[in-house]
Design a protein around this ligand. Structure first.
Ligand SMILES: Cc1cc2nc3c(=O)[nH]c(=O)nc-3n(C[C@H](O)[C@H](O)[C@H](O)COP(=O)(O)O)c2cc1C
Length: 126
């Protein structure tokens, strides 16, 4: 397992939104979330999001747990110019009971579940 740390952590803290890619029977599927709804749990190996809908994402993850996240912010310095993006590869599941749901419901009591991402690798884009 990898960790969200360093510049990737900075980008996660600054990103306005998060894009998720999962794989379904018809190919890639996109869903998204607000950046400030993302909660990185110590020590950075697990990320959780509140889930209201996300029905297709949930179905896809049941069949193939691989997920990719993209975050980006112009406020974080890239290697050559302002702006950095980060791809997070990992596995995901939507849980409807347990400690991760409790963690997201602290701030988002409406959540029907928690999207739990276990970080496998991170990479920068810029
Ligand atoms: C910026 C952004 C914020 C979103 N916020 C939420 C949210 O707070 N709760 C939610 O259930 N879906 C949210 N969505 C919608 C989900 O990403 C997703 O598209 C929708 O739930 C349908 O999911 P599905 O295609 O997996 O069925 C948001 C989408 C975007 C792009």
């Amino acid at each position: 397992m990898a960790r969200i740390e360093g510049v990737c952590r900075e980008v996660c803290d600054a990103t306005e939104y998060v894009t998720f890619v999962t794989r379904g029977p018809d190919g890639p599927h996109l869903s998204g979330h607000w950046g400030n709804y993302m909660r990185i749990l110590d020590p950075g190996e697990v990320v959780v999001f509140p889930v209201g809908r996300f029905q297709r994402t949930e179905q896809n993850l049941r069949a193939d747990s691989r997920i990719q996240l993209m975050v980006a912010s112009h406020k974080v310095q890239g290697t050559r110019s302002p702006g950095q993006g980060c791809v997070i590869d990992g596995t995901g599941e939507i849980v409807t009971t347990g400690e991760y749901l409790d963690a997201v419901r602290e701030k988002f009591p409406w959540a029907r579940g928690a999207l739990v991402v276990r970080v496998g690798a991170t990479s920068t884009q810029l």
